[in-house]
Ligand binder design. Structure first.
Ligand code: DGY
Length: 324
C-alpha cells in the first residue's frame, strides 16, 4: 500500500503540474473535470490527506466538519478563498493555503483588457462585423472613450489593484485614485501618483473607470449596489475582476440598460456560471467567463504554488501561503 500522502485535485490542472504532483503523491484527478457535489466533497474529506479545491468548490462547515475526517490541509488553487469557511477550518485546526503573487500581473492584465474593451466598444464592434452589419469606415462610427488622463478608481488596493494601477498609469497615463481599508505607504502611492480616498462614495462619484479588487464574502456583498451605481458618472465604466457578489447584478443591468453608466466589463458573476439574462442582452456589457488568471504560464505557476504548500505541509514546515 502506498505510504505517500493522498491528494485530491477537484478539477483538472495543467499537465505539467499534474505530472509533478503524481510523481510525489498518491494523486487522484477529477478525470471528467465536472464540479464535485457537496456529498462527493464530504466523502473526499474522509479519504484524502489534502484536498486541493478551486473557486467552483464550496468548502463550507458541512464539508469541513464531516465525521471521520482525514484531510488536514486544504491547498486552494487560487488566491481568493471566500468559497472556504476559514473560521470553521480554524476551529477544526485544518490548515488552508492559497496562491498569491503568481497571478497578480495576469489578473491585472485582464482588468486592463476589460477597461479597453468596454471603453472602446470592442465586443460590440466584433459582433457587428461578424454579423455582416459593418458598412465601412466613417468618422462617427462606434465612438468610444479615451483612457488618457482619466481617473481610474480602484476599490481595494492589494497586489492586483496596485499592478492594475501601474499598468494603467504607465501605458495610458491614467490618474489613479483608490479606496481601501488601509492607506498604502507613500512609496506605493508615489509609484503611480495614487490618491487615497477616505470615502468610497467620493471615489465612485469621481472615477471614470471604477475597477473592483476587493475580496468576496459577506463584508463586500453588493458593495456596488443601486445607490452606488447612481452616484457614478453617466460616462463611467465599471470593471469587475474580483468576485461577482461585490456587484448587485440586477441593479447593474438596470443601470446599463437605462444608460445611467456607460458600460461594464465583467469577468465574475454572482452565481457562476449563470449570468444575469439582462446583462447577456446588453451591447454595453463586456462579459468574460472568469478568465482573470487564465494563461498557461500562470495556471501552471498557481499549481506549482499549491505544490510548494503541500511540500511544506507534509515536511512539517510552515506553509508558504497560510490562510489558516
Ligand atoms: C482566484 O485566484 O481567486 C481566481 O478568481 C480563481 O479562484
Amino acid at each position: 500500500m502506498s505510504q505517500r500522502p493522498r491528494i485530491l485535485l477537484t478539477r483538472r490542472w495543467t499537465r505539467e503540474v499534474e505530472e509533478y504532483l503524481a510523481a510525489r503523491y498518491d494523486v487522484t484527478l477529477n478525470e471528467n473535470d465536472v464540479p464535485m457535489t457537496a456529498d462527493a466533497l464530504r466523502a473526499a474529506m474522509r479519504e484524502y490527506d489534502a484536498l486541493c479545491p478551486t473557486v467552483t468548490d464550496r468548502i463550507d462547515a458541512s464539508v469541513l466538519e464531516v465525521p471521520g475526517r482525514r484531510v488536514r490541509l486544504i491547498g486552494n488553487f487560487g488566491v481568493g478563498f471566500n468559497h472556504i469557511d476559514v473560521e470553521a477550518a480554524r476551529r477544526l485546526s485544518i490548515c488552508v493555503s492559497n496562491t498569491p503573487d503568481v497571478l497578480t500581473d495576469t489578473t491585472a492584465d485582464l482588468a486592463i483588457l476589460l477597461m479597453l474593451m468596454a471603453t472602446r466598444r470592442a465586443g460590440e464592434g466584433e459582433r457587428e462585423l461578424r454579423a455582416g452589419r459593418w458598412t465601412g469606415w466613417r468618422p462617427t462610427h462606434m465612438l468610444g472613450q479615451s483612457l488618457t488622463g482619466k481617473l481610474l478608481g480602484l476599490v481595494g488596493f492589494g497586489r492586483i489593484a496596485q499592478a492594475t494601477a501601474r499598468k494603467a498609469h504607465a501605458a495610458f497615463g491614467m490618474r489613479i485614485g483608490y479606496y481601501g481599508r488601509r492607506r498604502a505607504t507613500p512609496e506605493v502611492e508615489q509609484a503611480t501618483g495614487a490618491r487615497f480616498y477616505a470615502s468610497l462614495d467620493d471615489l465612485v462619484a469621481e472615477a471614470d473607470v471604477l475597477s473592483l479588487h476587493t475580496p468576496g464574502g459577506a463584508e463586500t456583498f453588493h458593495l456596488v449596489d443601486a445607490a452606488r451605481l447612481a452616484r457614478m458618472k453617466p460616462t463611467a465604466v465599471l470593471v469587475n475582476t474580483a468576485r461577482g457578489p461585490v456587484v448587485d447584478e440586477a441593479a447593474l443591468a438596470a443601470a446599463l440598460k437605462q444608460g445611467r453608466i456607460a458600460a461594464a466589463g465583467l469577468d465574475v458573476y454572482e452565481e457562476e456560471p449563470r449570468v444575469h439574462p439582462e446583462l447577456l442582452a446588453l451591447e454595453n456589457a463586456v462579459l468574460l467567463p472568469h478568465l482573470g488568471s487564465a494563461t498557461r504560464e500562470t495556471r501552471t505557476a498557481m499549481g506549482m504554488r499549491v505544490a510548494e504548500n503541500l511540500e511544506a505541509f507534509f515536511a512539517g514546515r510552515p506553509l508558504r501561503d497560510p490562510v489558516v
